[in-house]
Design a protein around this ligand. Structure first.
Ligand code: SIN
Ligand code: CO
Length: 405
């Protein structure tokens, strides 16, 4: 089945759309208070964060997604003390083989790339920088299903869809894992708090907070995850990128070399030379921002874009964009700083600062006809305007940006 068919089959009534506000979502806190008091600090249980939330997918639709090669899915089955992990895709007839006595959980990643309703759900969390967004994952479990007690390195909002799930959590220090299992399961989990979450309830957990969810009924849980690279990965990526772009003049010379009858000895002068060269290293804030911009907007390696079937010329593109507006493809990562901007790992030359049109598109991921006229006509010289249209047309050709019809 093509991805297109899967997506079309999965387009549902956007049941996440309700009039509930950000303060309802955050249990009465405004975003600033939530970030100050809970974010990265302590868990928060929010009853009826999204009142009337009925989930984003049915069992049938989820299984269609899990049958696609382009979508990452995993199945976790518990058989007594044994845990099994299988990676998708899972054929449509796979599910008949599951034994009811072994509780299972199906996990499907990156729903926000494949379902407009999931993208809309993610929009509710736009009070957190896009640079921190990972994805929306759904877990579908039969009664008793779960992935065992564990910790995640992410901040996560666990939003309960249809069915109920019991969450147990602990701020324990002992994060030792059981050995010989295909999953990272805590060896000794001693929960400190527990709740049963009903549809629309949500639990926020900071990274490395131990938790275990067990389905009370057949249920769906949506994990809205926010990541940051580990220091190890971040610094290693920076240094390797730096090395790739390095232009370093000079060469070691030793005109005052003294005779020695120990030719096997490493010359001190060579260590001193390298130490001196390394002292010249200076990572400017511009260099760091440029690396971060490219690194943090780089789509994950398995991500690909769907270019439009037909190319469009600039005139038609401008006409349609000013009539309907433009929307970033859900996989596109667009970010900016005061002086620069980056899209999907590529730097954008912004000689006269970042234009309001790009800022609007990066912040809202959408620019409507009115704002498009306003932001492009206002305080933008004709060269910048031309450049922005050029980028947008290229992004459209690459499937990064869509006309919002
Ligand atoms: C689940 O929903 O079962 C797994 C999500 C998690 O624990 O992070
Ligand atoms: Co977890």
């Amino acid at each position: 089945m093509t991805l297109f068919k899967v997506i079309r089959d999965c387009i549902m009534k956007p049941s996440t759309k309700s009039t509930s506000s950000l303060s309802t979502l955050l249990g009465g806190s405004d975003p600033a208070a939530f970030l100050r008091d809970y974010w990265q600090k302590k868990p928060l249980l929010i009853r009826q964060a999204i009142p009337g939330f009925r989930g984003l997918v049915s069992t049938e639709q989820l299984r269609s997604l899990a049958a696609s090669e382009d979508i990452q899915s995993r199945l976790i089955v518990r058989d007594g003390k044994k845990w099994e992990l299988q990676h998708g895709p899972f054929a449509k007839n796979f599910w008949r083989k599951l034994k009811p006595q072994s509780p299972w959980t199906l996990l499907v990643q990156e729903l926000n790339f494949h379902l407009p309703a999931a993208e809309q759900l993610l929009e509710r969390f736009h009070f957190i920088p896009h640079a921190r967004v990972d994805d929306i994952m759904v877990s579908h479990a039969c009664v008793g299903g779960g992935v065992g007690p564990h910790v995640d390195s992410y901040d996560v909002f666990l939003l309960q869809g249809p069915g109920r799930r019991r969450w147990r959590i602990s701020g324990q220090q002992d994060l030792t894992l059981r050995t010989g299992l295909p999953l990272k399961i805590l060896k000794s989990f001693k929960h400190e708090q527990e709740w049963i979450l009903e549809p629309g309830d949500m639990l926020y957990l900071p990274p490395h907070y131990s938790h275990e969810g067990v389905a009370i009924d057949e249920c769906f849980t949506y994990s809205i995850g926010f990541r940051a690279p580990s220091s190890q990965e971040w610094v290693a990526e920076f240094l390797s990128d730096f090395a790739e772009r390095l232009e370093w003049p000079g060469h070691f010379k030793d005109p005052s070399l003294k005779f020695s009858d120990h030719p096997g000895e490493l010359p001190q002068a060579m260590n001193q030379f390298l130490a001196k060269e390394l002292k010249k290293l200076h990572f400017t804030s511009r260099l760091i921002a440029d690396f971060n911009g490219r690194f943090l907007t780089n789509p994950k390696p398995h991500v690909f874009f769907n270019p439009p079937e037909k190319s469009i010329n600039m005139l038609d593109f401008q006409q349609q964009a000013t009539q309907h507006g433009l929307r970033l493809d859900p996989r596109t990562r667009l970010m900016y700083s005061k002086e620069a901007a980056w899209c999907n790992g590529e730097p954008l030359e912004t000689k006269h600062g970042v234009s309001p049109a790009l800022i609007q598109l990066a912040d809202k991921r959408y620019i409507g006809p009115e704002q498009l006229k306003l932001t492009l006509d206002k305080s933008v010289d004709s060269a910048t305007k031309k450049q922005i249209w050029q980028w947008w047309l290229e992004w459209h050709e690459d499937g990064w940006l869509k006309i919002d019809v």
